[in-house]
Structure formats: C-alpha cells, structure tokens
Design a protein around this ligand. Sequence first.
Ligand SMILES: [Zn+2]
Length: 110
Amino acid sequence: MRAAAERVIVGQLETTMPKLICLCGYVHRLGEIPDAGWVAVLDRDYEELVAAELALPHGRRPLAEEDDPHLATVSRITTRLYECAACGLLAWFRDDGDIPEFFRPLRDKK
Ligand SMILES: [Zn+2]
C-alpha cells in the first residue's frame, strides 16, 4: 500500500558523489559501488536480467551504459530502492529517472 508518495528532488553534491536526501533529512550516499541500496526487477524481466549480467565483460565491468549494451539492458530493466537507516522510509527510483517516490512501511509509526 502506498502510504507516502511525495516527490523530492535528489540532491546533487558539493562533491561528485551523488546523494539522496530522505524526507527526514538522512543522507544516503549513492556514489559507492556497490552502495547500500536494493536492486529490483520485475519477475517477467528476470531472465533478461540474468542473460545481460552473464554477457557483461568479465574482470572489468563497464561503468557507463554507453560503454556496453548489456549494462544498458541491466539499467533499463532494474530499479533502485533505498531504505532510510534513520526513519525506515523507502525511496524508490521507479521511473528511470533521478526523482524517487517515497513509501513509509505501515508497521512504521515514526
Ligand atoms: Zn528518513
């Protein structure tokens, strides 16, 4: 169930490391690879994801979608979720953009 769906602009930093600021003010650091977020994929796209991951070059993973069509496929069919360590809010980048939607778990009373 969608309890909170405010759209908030993701902050871009004073440094080159991107960050996401939760509605409570907590700062998610998105620049680390891998970061602390979740990767989500539709069940119907899962086999395509596995095939694309297996087709990526071994040893040196491309950093940009423009560098590899398989990485572009992975990026296209996956979404990212981040759980706030301070308040539990979920930030979900669902629409292939830089603006997440926020969801509050029903069990959470904060
Ligand atoms: Zn938060």
